[in-house]
Unconditional design. Structure first.
Lengths: 87, 600
């Protein structure tokens, strides 16, 4: 099925590309993330995720950024295909 | 005239700084904060210009202490060089627009130009200049390219064109400008980029991490031992010792002044480790035993830093660090602490919340042995084989883990999640490495060495005044009961809080069994950091918290020493198994608690 789905970063498969839909966090989290360019509307690629709730590495604007698990699950990404979920 | 270098972290500001300035560079703290900046001088047209490397910032709406300082420093600059990463135009331009908004005299150094070309990024510089209204100079600072043009065009720095009004318009302007001036052509994933990806993937990441750490420690050992064998040891034994011997005989070989300066003669000779004099042990231990390793350490650290490996290391350790209430980047003070606790304590300032600082300081001061302590452990137990040494380090690690889990469980407050940019791998430049090393070493000399000497002096005074005998009389039975150590060893334990290496000198001739030595070493390593570290942590955490940390230290030392004593003398293997089971229980409890939180 091809359908636009919104998923938090940790649930995406490695290598998935998408667009940042929303940041589910307080003002502080939003501020920290936007300083590094992680804002709604931006294109984002999930590079890898560490097991056991470890950090997630993403690529935004030609840079790679690592987010701790707690922060990563606040970033919801719109992906084209529902099958992008999984590790 | 003051020139400020402003830009995002990791864009090569320090490289440009080192290319612009000469050898006279100073690193200082912004008043009232623990944020550091570096200052140097540039000779231009017979004028001496001050160049300041401002802390890296992503935005002028501060999200952290470093950015607050950067904003505070801005009004003091006559010219602002905005260092922009050509491979990351979109993110970097945001700060540029903020700077232009403030009508500051600006010139842009479009750095990493060579890397941009490698990546197939083409930027229309004249167009960018026209749109922004400020001069733009492409540079590849690591190769020294573009620096002359940058300096030549400094007089052209001027306020730029502001064509937006709201924050959203600023974001939109960035996007618009980038679309107009930048073109990205496709090219293949290079080998280095594949390595970058491997470094953060679960399996390969840890393998690579292990290799990197192994090579790093081997290199440190090589450089350290090399410096000792070929430089410092000969200096001390061939050049310095004869002078000291002359002084010794002119003072008559005994007496208060002699003992204070030269120490006690062992078998009629001056022994650099055991004599305990201000001029003998006082200089030998920090300069010939510890300092070479500090050099090696800082060199290796600078290399890993500039290579860009540290954030990837932080990723590997983030899960573990989170369990003890920290996050991945806290691995840096822990690793630094293995060299010297002083720079580790200083780097703890960079952690975001007070809770993190408390936990990191406690764990570092208690369970991470600085090189003096490591040297002491090897010195005392080396000839009894690796078994005891391994046991001590293993115990220290278990203490680190157990204490961290407990603190994380008990302390209120929050620990923010890791959020860090991962730069591409870049081969470090020699000039920058050398400058960094120089700055760090001069820092070490100013902050640590005076206290090392002070410590030796006080130790000597206490020893010689006989006050120590009274203390040993009081504490001796206590130490004997808990640790199984004889009265004289108590002196070492009491004095060891000032200088661990002095403790080595006192313990060495006592003919203790290896088990006793292991207990003594463990207690010494755990119960107090050196005076310099103590003072720095006191400044950072405040009286009340430092008192808590001290209490934790003493209790842990007592527990660890007693456990070691029991394990080695009486219970043997069963004690270790019991401890491991306890540790495993703690970890399982912690994991269960985290699972509950994740579902909340």
């Amino acid at each position: 099925m091809k359908e636009n789905a919104e998923l938090p970063l940790p649930e995406l498969k490695n290598g998935t590309e998408g667009r940042i839909a929303k940041i589910c966090g307080g003002t502080h989290a939003v501020k920290r993330l936007s300083a590094l360019g992680i804002v709604p509307g931006k294109k984002i690629v999930k590079v890898s995720g560490m097991p056991l709730r470890g950090p997630v590495v993403v690529a935004v604007d030609q840079t790679q950024i690592a987010l701790g698990f707690g922060l990563a699950k606040k970033v919801w990404v719109e992906v084209a295909n529902e099958n992008s979920a999984g590790r | 005239m003051k020139i400020l270098l402003v830009g995002n972290p990791n864009v090569g500001k320090s490289v440009i700084f080192s290319q612009l300035t000469g050898t006279h560079v100073i690193s200082s703290n912004y008043p009232g904060t623990t944020v550091e900046y570096t200052k140097g001088y540039l000779n231009y047209n017979e004028e001496r210009l001050e160049v300041i490397d401002v802390p890296g910032s992503y935005t002028l709406e501060p999200t952290c202490k470093a950015e607050e300082v950067a904003v505070a420093m801005l009004p003091y600059g006559d010219v602002i060089i905005n260092v922009v990463d050509a491979t990351n135009l979109e993110r970097n331009l945001y700060l540029t627009l903020e700077l232009i908004e403030r009508r500051l005299p600006l010139i842009i150094a479009l750095n990493l130009w060579d890397e941009a070309q490698h990546k197939g990024i083409i930027i229309d510089i004249p167009k960018l200049e026209a749109i922004l209204g400020v001069p733009v100079v492409p540079t590849a600072a690591i190769r020294g390219q573009g620096i002359t043009q940058l300096i030549a065009r400094l007089p052209e720095a001027r306020p730029g064109n502001v064509t937006w009004q709201t924050t959203d318009e600023r974001y939109a302007a960035v996007g618009r400008i980038v679309r107009q001036v930048q073109q990205v052509t496709h090219r293949h994933h290079t080998l280095l980029e594949q390595l970058e990806d491997l470094s953060v993937m679960p399996l390969t990441g840890f393998v690579l991490g292990g290799i990197v750490l192994f090579c790093t420690f081997k290199t440190i050992r090589l450089i350290g031992e090399g410096l000792i064998t070929y430089l410092f040891e000969p200096l001390f034994t061939k050049a310095y010792l004869p002078l000291l011997q002359k002084l010794s005989s002119s003072l008559g070989g005994t007496g208060l002044l002699h003992d204070l300066l030269i120490g006690q003669l062992i078998n009629g000779k001056i022994d650099f480790v055991q004599s305990l004099g201000l001029l003998s042990t006082g200089l030998y231990v920090p300069l010939a035993m510890v300092f070479p390793y500090i050099i090696a350490f800082y060199f290796a650290l600078g290399f890993l830093e500039d290579l860009g490996y540290l954030p990837r290391l932080a990723i590997l350790f983030d899960s573990l660090m989170h369990r003890v209430g920290l996050h991945g980047y806290a691995i840096i003070p822990m690793l630094l602490g293995l060299g010297c606790n002083v720079p580790a304590a200083l780097s703890i300032r960079n952690l975001e919340s007070h809770r993190q600082k408390f936990i990191a300081s406690t764990l570092m001061a208690i369970a991470v042995p600085c090189f003096s302590q490591t040297a002491m452990i090897f010195g005392l137990l080396g000839r009894h084989g690796g078994f005891y040494i391994a046991q001590i380090f293993f115990t220290l690690f278990c203490i680190w883990l157990a204490l961290g889990l407990l603190l994380n469980w008990q302390l209120k407050g929050y620990t923010p999640a890791l959020l860090v940019e991962i730069p591409p791998y870049r081969l470090p430049g020699i000039k920058v490495l050398a400058k960094k090393l120089y700055l760090r070493l001069s820092h070490f000399f100013k902050e640590a060495i005076p206290f090392i000497l002070l410590g030796i002096l006080v130790v000597n005074l206490i020893y010689l005044s006989g006050a120590i005998k009274i203390l040993a009389y009081i504490f001796g039975p206590l130490f004997n009961f808990f640790f199984g150590l004889p009265g004289d060893a108590a002196i070492a334990l009491l004095l060891g809080f000032l200088r661990k290496d002095v403790a080595l000198g006192i313990l060495a001739p006592l003919n203790l069994t290896p088990q006793q030595l292991a207990v003594a070493s463990t207690v010494l390593a755990v119960y107090f950091p050196c005076l310099a570290t103590f003072l720095i942590l006191l400044r950072e955490l405040g009286w009340r918290d430092m008192l808590k940390v001290t209490g934790i230290m003493l209790i842990t030392a007592l527990a660890a020493g007693t456990f070691m004593h029991l394990a080695l003398e009486r219970l043997g293997l069963s004690a270790w198994i019991g401890a491991l089971i306890l540790l495993a229980l703690l970890v399982i409890l912690e994991t269960g608690k985290q699972k509950k939180e994740a579902q909340a």
